[in-house]
Design a protein around this ligand. Structure first.
Ligand code: TTP
Ligand code: MG
Length: 403
């Protein structure tokens, strides 16, 4: 039997802003676009939720519901720093911890706690330390499985604490709820099930064959979860293991010019953006890979709000490149990991800050123009071609010889 804790911060971005600026406390605070901009709500305080405002809502609709709210742009650098502190505290309680997002993790406490009583103490300690050391509240769910722990943490939000010790407790809790309580069931899947008259978890239990017929493999999984069966392990999250999408390149001769490497990263980032767009995925992490002339290889990575923008990939990987030892390089690569699709976080950085996205597009365009002049290349009009087949590789080798 496993004991798993799922911890998730309450109104994360909004809570951080309220913590740091007492004038915002107790007010409806909406983080995302500003009302006069195009875009959406990233998150909002619980005071704003009373007006019906929620994540992913069009900012104009939010403003109609809550004209007296306070509207702010997000400050990701800050949230990322807080996130690192959070995970550091949480990880001390777990033998394995799986980072799901900046504000969310699964912790395997089976061996460190040893029994349920101790696990409950861990849950309280996590809440207390998060509050005392970081001035923020979180919701904790403790359960025998990942699915149950996740549902438990949502059960009493905000500042929640809830325990689901057995599959029977899990089933009793959710049996009459909408199928969407099983978080693997997204809007589209729910619609399919509803059309077949399957609305609640009980319906799934009673119409297993129908569910499997409608949804295939996914249906099998959903039926299992509806009975409380989920043996998935908490897998210590390592970026290099995550499902990822990357592009890398080995140079014909080692490169020690790091300004040139930045130029290469720009082209690789554009290439990653194109691949991600083709499969309609976003990444919640950006990674940089460098292999040095002596064949020693390193990977550096950072969590980010969901994105696939070439500018974001480029800016982050250039930052990461700054932080690695500057020795001659044989191979360089960049990529997205922690991939999420439309069933994941619904919206991305690029959606809720269209102005920023627009500026980023402009930045990439300008940077490309710079490259074009510097290397006297004509790719401004041939972009689509240089990212096909071997052309990118040839272009970069040409750049290396003509820098
Ligand atoms: P969530 O944990 O989903 O939301 P939350 O922490 O704001 O609120 P709750 O109390 O309901 O947990 O997401 C964490 C952060 O991720 C959130 O503060 C903002 C960001 N986010 C987005 O940018 N877009 C989204 O669609 C969602 C859901 C979250
Ligand atoms: Mg949260």
């Amino acid at each position: 039997m496993q004991i798993i804790i799922h911890v998730d911060m309450d109104a994360f971005y909004a809570s951080v802003e309220m913590r740091d600026n007492p004038a915002l406390r107790g007010k409806p605070l909406i983080i995302g676009s500003l009302p006069h901009e195009r875009g959406v709500v990233a998150t909002c305080s619980y005071e704003a939720r009373k007006y019906g405002v929620h994540s992913a809502m069009n900012i104009k609709d939010a403003f109609r519901l809550c004209p007296n709210g306070i509207y702010m742009h997000p400050n990701f650098e800050k949230y990322r720093a807080v996130s690192a502190q959070l995970h550091e505290i949480w990880n001390t309680y777990a033998s394995a911890s799986e980072t799901i997002a900046l504000d969310e993790a699964y912790l395997d406490v089976t061996s460190k706690a040893g029994n349920w009583e101790k696990a409950r103490e861990f849950g309280h300690a996590i809440k207390q330390r998060t509050r005392e050391e970081l001035g923020l509240t979180c919701s904790v769910g403790i359960a025998y499985s990942k699915t149950a722990a996740k549902i438990a943490s949502e059960e009493k939000k905000p500042d929640g604490y809830f325990v689901i010790p057995t599959p029977q407790d899990f089933v009793n809790l959710i049996i009459d709820r909408d199928v969407r309580v099983l978080y693997t069931v997204g809007a589209k899947t729910a619609e399919k099930l509803n059309r077949a008259g399957i609305r609640t978890v009980r319906d799934i239990q009673e119409k297993q064959q129908e569910v499997i017929r409608l949804l295939g493999k996914q249906g099998e999984w959903i039926t299992q979860i509806a009975f409380g069966q989920d043996d998935r392990k908490v897998t210590a999250y390592r970026p290099e293991d995550a499902k990822s999408l990357s592009r890398e390149l080995t140079f014909q001769a080692d490169v020690d010019d790091y300004a040139f490497l930045q130029d290469v990263l720009l082209l690789l980032s554009i290439s990653v953006e194109r691949r991600a767009a083709r499969v309609n995925l976003y990444g919640e992490g950006i990674s940089l890979k460098v292999t040095y002339a002596d064949m020693k290889s390193i990977t550096r990575s950072r969590l980010v709000p969901p994105t696939r923008s070439a500018a974001a990939i480029w800016l982050e990987s250039v930052k990461l490149l700054d932080e690695v030892p500057h020795r001659p390089v044989r191979l360089i690569g960049t990529g997205l990991y922690h991939l999420t699709g439309e069933n994941g976080r619904q919206l991305s950085f690029d959606d809720f800050l269209p102005e920023v996205a627009h500026n980023q597009e402009a930045l990439v365009k300008t940077a490309l123009e710079g490259l074009q002049q510097h290397y006297r290349l004509d790719f401004a009009n041939n972009l689509h071609r240089i990212f096909q087949g071997e052309t990118l590789y040839k272009t970069i080798d040409y750049m290396r010889r003509h820098k």
